[in-house]
Design a protein around this ligand. Structure first.
Ligand code: BES
Ligand code: ZN
Length: 479
């Protein structure tokens, strides 16, 4: 077994150039799930992965999830969910690996140093949209399988890959697919491994046992039939954008604290034990300030408070206003309809339904007081928070894998971000879920100049190889 591991690691060391070249191809397929113009690129990316799975002699299963209607009236197929079946032994449990192949939008004009869809290597960093979120980690799974195949070493576990193409747009349709396949391809899944998050500090790996949930709101305000000249109508009508700004203003104070009644009531109280866990974690708030590119102070500088605000308290962020003039220069227009977009990150024991109800009620109450006669409509979509158990054998395997590759004990962390499908896995498949982050905290997911360190990308393959090997040992203790 030890010899196999050495061979596999050597093989990985010898192929780094090929690994980078293929990540370049994957990044060039600009699979932005939110953009209808890029939908065909998502489909291309799905084909790219399926062909690869088949080259590795896995069974590729493509699950179509219906059609999406966009705001501009276009109707297009959703990007499919792809499964790669690499099961070898029907008497043993199955390990499910989850990643997503869609990415966030990116445009060089947003301030990128390089073309976001042309992978660029500079000082050990691989820049490109999706490099870390989540194409690099997704490719790591395929490379780990490829190394086994090339060396003629059988995979130590039954592996099923689950790669979706709508994660960045709320994982639409995946729930249904998981529910259906829980009686089929996924019926023997006992372990789930999600590789779609980041280390807490640059130099020490971690394992993640918690995620915040999210409710995303779109607040529509409609007034006149068409846009109007502010010289002709300014001061005469109730402007939708005026309503919206005042409405959004009621949600938080100037420091960003949430003011919506009842929203904070269901947050689980902090325990003494929790406080001491947070105190022991290695984390540098000054480094965080640099990652954020903040010139001024953070809202908090105390380590425990910073981590708690990220992981175990809710937060409200404003994302944008659709319909308002946002071009260069001046335009003296009164927009006839505007949509405010914001989201609230949820924590145990908040549920999307309940929080959305409080927010909707509050927005309506406030809006009624404006007596503007405009029309208000609130839409929302949500995902629950998730908290796992880090004492199980899945975590043990992942911990030992990190120790083998990095010779250190990984920290145990939670995340401020959301991976909506985690709870669905828990609900329909049961078993043990573990998050193995491969990216670095300064990777800039969703941001300009997203990158993955070459080191993280290559060592990530070894982490996955070691994880499968350790998990096989854990399984053989039990069967
Ligand atoms: N990779 C992230 C999840 C993540 C973000 C983990 C930050 C850890 C820290 C994932 O691709 C993502 O961005 N998810 C969205 C989900 C949303 C669209 C429902 C998120 O968290 O904003
Ligand atoms: Zn992601």
């Amino acid at each position: 077994m030890i010899r196999c591991m050495e061979q596999l690691f050597d093989y990985v060391n010898q192929h780094s150039e090929e690994y980078i070249q293929r990540l370049r191809e994957a990044v060039a397929l600009d699979s932005v799930s939110a953009d209808p113009c890029k939908r065909s690129r998502c489909v291309d990316m799905a084909h790219y992965i399926c062909e690869w799975i088949e080259r590795l002699e896995g069974k590729a299963l493509v699950k179509h999830i219906g059609k999406q209607k966009f705001a501009d009236g276009q109707v297009l197929d959703y990007p499919p969910v792809i499964f790669g079946d690499f099961c070898v032994d029907p008497h043993r449990p199955v390990v499910l690996a989850y990643c997503h192949y869609d990415v966030q939008p990116a445009d060089i004009q947003d301030g990128w140093k390089f073309n976001p869809f042309e992978l660029t290597e500079e000082q050990g960093k691989l820049y490109g949209r999706g490099a870390t979120d989540d194409k690099g980690p997704l490719l790591d799974w395929l490379w780990a399988i490829e190394a086994h195949r090339q060396l003629g070493i059988p995979l130590p576990v039954n592996l099923v890959l689950c790669f979706e193409g709508m994660e960045e747009s709320g994982s639409f349709g995946l729930d249904k697919v998981i529910e259906e396949e829980s009686k089929g391809l996924l019926s023997r899944v006992k372990y789930v491994c999600i590789t779609d998050n980041y280390w807490l500090t640059e130099h020490r790996p971690c394992l993640t046992y918690g995620l915040r949930g999210i409710v995303f709101f779109q607040v529509h305000i409609r007034g006149p039939q068409m846009d109007l000249h502010s010289g002709l109508f300014g001061g005469l009508i109730h402007e939708p954008l005026n309503d919206l700004i005042h409405l959004l203003h009621t949600l938080t104070d100037s420091q960003g604290n949430i003011l919506i009644p009842k929203v904070m009531d269901s947050v689980a109280p902090v325990t003494k034990e929790e406080e001491s866990i947070y105190e022991r974690i290695l984390f540098d708030t000054e480094q965080l300030r640099k990652e954020a590119g903040q010139v001024s102070q953070l809202r908090e500088s105390d380590k425990v408070k910073v981590l708690m605000n990220r992981w175990r308290f809710p937060s409200l962020s404003f994302h944008g206003i659709q319909g308002a003039f946002s071009g260069q220069g001046e335009k003296t227009v009164i927009p006839c309809a505007v949509t405010g977009k914001f989201s609230i990150r949820l924590v145990p024991h908040q549920q999307p339904q309940e929080i959305a109800h409080h927010v909707e009620q509050f927005l309506k109450q406030q809006f009624d007081q404006f007596h503007s006669g405009n029309e208000l409509q609130v839409e929302w979509r949500g995902a629950s928070p998730w908290l796992g158990d880090y004492h199980n054998s899945n975590f043990t395997a992942a911990r030992l894998a990190f120790k083998k590759v990095y010779q250190v004990e990984p920290d145990l962390t939670r995340e401020g971000g959301s991976i909506p499908i985690t709870n669905t896995f828990q609900e329909y498949l049961g078993g043990e879920i573990c998050l193995i982050p491969l990216g670095s905290p300064d990777d800039g997911a969703h941001s300009q100049n997203e990158k993955m360190n070459k080191h993280n990308y290559i060592e990530g393959i070894k982490v996955i190889i070691a994880y499968m090997d350790e998990l096989a040992k854990q399984i053989s203790y039990q069967y």
